[in-house]
Write a protein that binds this ligand. Structure first.
Ligand code: FPP
Ligand code: MG
Length: 347
């Protein structure tokens, strides 16, 4: 995972002030406890779907969502974090929702690859993959129900409904160029930002945060999620050797993401009308897709998309500023570094 410029200041008590720990190290530090929680949730799945779940869950994902749950909970200082396994379980549940949504998404997108490996539906077939996702979603809800606090279920239900609605809207508008950037924002607020926001909110609930803090946490998670998807959509035009995904996949799939929208806006009226017609028909040849990828790169539309993402990251940073000080300043600093992680995302 190439990561540029993400540094997390370690506590002076354990490391000298001149030392810096990359954000990746922080991910690795929390990884074992997150991994154990994910494994124990996976072990509870029916044996018929467990191998596909393990394959999907161990595909090299960054576990960003459970990390956010854990960090927000620590940043707001609810419990003694060394004794606190519960928040890792909640993070694992969120990871289950996320990976289940990707299983559905790869089937819907007819995507052969995920992170450079064959998709779970290619390896295990579509029926078993759909059952795997169903089992993961139901176990994730069970984990949240076991907290005994209905607010966890309310939060996760809202996020799963939002995720599904966002995806439905995206598919219903495939090939359409009418919604423009506003339509795109509505889609990604659902399909991506909802779950990232919930990852943060669940951590805040675990920490016993008050309403005002929950609002700031939601604002942080929403804006981080919006920017995360925009970075993803800019990366759709990066070399496939770096991303493990086919270049220009969103053009093929008729998704009006910012780089495509900017490209279309740069055309004169007849060329724009012709592009819209072909985009709707989704009949671009491989050579035409390659040409469009080149045009997006030459027009600087990836960079423009990343600038747009930055404006959301600035809002996330402003929300984070307002978080009350908990007893773990490192965790709050790490949430600031998560913003930089998205700002510098390369895969
Ligand atoms: C990836 O988008 C897809 C999502 C973020 C959400 C997918 C949601 C569903 C299929 C609804 C079902 C929901 C649940 C919880 C089971 P993308 O295709 O733009 O990203 P990619 O390039 O990584 O494929
Ligand atoms: Mg997809």
């Amino acid at each position: 995972m190439p990561i540029r410029g993400m540094f997390y200041e370690p506590p002076p008590s354990t490391l000298s002030a001149s030392m810096v720990v990359p954000f990746a190290t922080l991910l690795l530090r929390e990884q074992p406890r997150i991994a154990r929680a994910v494994e124990s949730l996976t072990a509870a799945l029916p044996s018929y779907v467990r191998p596909a779940a393990e394959y999907a869950l161990n595909g090299g994902g960054k576990r960003l969502r459970p990390l956010l749950t854990v960090l927000v909970s620590h940043a707001l200082g609810g419990k003694d974090k060394d004794q606190d396994d519960g928040v890792y379980k909640i993070g694992a549940a969120i990871e289950m929702f996320h990976v289940a949504s990707l299983l559905h998404d790869d089937i819907l997108d007819n995507a052969p690859l995920r992170r450079g490996r064959e998709g779970t539906h290619i390896r295990y077939g579509v029926p078993r993959t759909l059952l795997t996702a169903d089992a993961m979603v139901s176990r994730a809800f069970q984990t949240l129900a076991e907290t005994g606090d209905p607010r966890y279920m309310v939060c996760a239900t809202r996020a799963v409904i939002g995720t599904a609605d966002g995806e439905i809207m995206e598919i219903a508008h495939q090939g359409s160029t009418e919604g423009g950037l506003d339509g795109y924002f509505t889609i990604i607020a659902g399909k991506t930002a909802c779950l990232l926001r919930a990852s943060c909110e669940l951590g805040a609930l675990w920490a016993g945060a008050d309403e005002a803090t929950l609002g700031l946490v939601a604002e942080y998670g929403h804006n981080l999620g919006m920017a995360f998807q925009m970075a993803d959509d800019a990366l759709d035009f990066a070399p496939s050797s770096e991303t493990g995904k086919p270049e220009g996949g969103d053009i093929r799939e008729g998704k009006l993401t910012p780089p495509i929208n900017y490209h279309m806006e740069s055309l004169d009226a007849p060329a724009r009308a012709e592009f819209a017609r072909r985009f709707a028909a989704r009949d671009f040849s491989d050579a035409e897709i390659a040409e469009l990828v080149r045009a997006v790169r030459a027009g600087g539309f990836q960079e423009r998309t990343l600038k747009l993402a930055d404006s959301f990251l600035d809002k996330a940073a402003a929300a984070l500023e307002g978080f009350p000080a908990g007893n773990d300043a490192q965790a709050k600093a790490a949430l600031a570094k998560a913003i930089e992680f998205v700002r510098n995302r390369t895969a």
